[in-house]
Write a protein that binds this ligand. Structure first.
Ligand code: SAM
Length: 215
């Protein structure tokens, strides 16, 4: 299979055609080999316009959703980013192309180990993976310029607001178990601003500030 060609088509037909404009985001998604982040049985569908199963009932997000979320983060290259929900490691790799350092937390040990192996095989040395409950953030490494949650949250986890720099952006799918909207929060000197964006459906954030279980 010609993965370079499939990736180029994905960027044109799924991202540019739907309004993704940030050239840096388009370039990052043109270069990260998404087919290396999916299971062997899913390789032929790696560049399809859909989320895909990655084992343990979890998913790698649809390419368009990865692009929308990455664009909303307004990355310039100097940022320290925290991702909650490492999954396959794909979103982390896209972020690593656009930011200085990426810290990413996954609650499922086997998933985190697979992502670590993939990311290190591709020499993403600026991505740091930790196993744990990301709803509590990563206090030892805080503060973060950007925080992105790639799992559905019932509310905004307070520790994540605390661990965000002033002027920083927190992005999360917020809502019920089966239906959410992307919420972008900008932390200001005085308070914060909130914008609601695309409707979406993510697997649940399970943890102290998320859901009790993923069933
Ligand atoms: N960003 C991922 C990628 O690029 O493949 C996709 C993330 S997947 C939609 C959501 C992930 O969040 C799952 O791997 C799930 O195990 C993880 N997750 C759920 N609750 C979590 C928590 N409290 N802390 C860390 N990870 C969590």
């Amino acid at each position: 299979m010609d993965f370079d060609k499939l990736r180029e088509q994905m960027v044109k037909t799924q991202l540019i055609s739907r309004g993704i404009k940030d050239k840096k985001v388009l370039d990052a998604m043109s270069c990260v080999p998404r087919h290396l982040f999916v299971e062997d049985a899913m390789v032929a569908n790696a560049y399809s316009d859909m989320a895909l199963p990655i084992g343990d009932g979890q998913t790698i997000s649809q390419p368009y959703m990865v692009a929308v979320m990455t664009e909303l983060l307004e990355l310039h290259g100097f940022e320290k980013v925290l991702e909650i929900g490492t999954g396959s490691g794909y979103q982390g790799a896209v972020l690593a192309e656009l930011a200085r350092e990426v810290y990413t937390i996954e609650r499922l040990p086997s998933m985190a180990e697979r992502a670590m192996n993939t990311l290190s095989a591709l020499s993403y040395n600026n991505v740091h993976v930790k196993i744990g409950d990301g709803s509590q953030g990563w206090p030892e490494k805080a503060p973060f310029d950007r925080i992105i949650i790639t799992a559905a949250s019932p509310n905004v986890p307070p520790p994540l607001i605390e661990q965000l720099t002033r002027g920083g952006i927190l992005l999360l799918p917020i809502g019920t178990r089966y239906s959410q909207t992307l919420l972008k929060i900008k932390k200001k000197d005085s308070g914060q601003t909130e914008e609601y964006h695309t409707p979406c459906v993510f697997v649940p954030l399970v943890g102290k500030y998320g859901w009790d279980s993923d069933e």
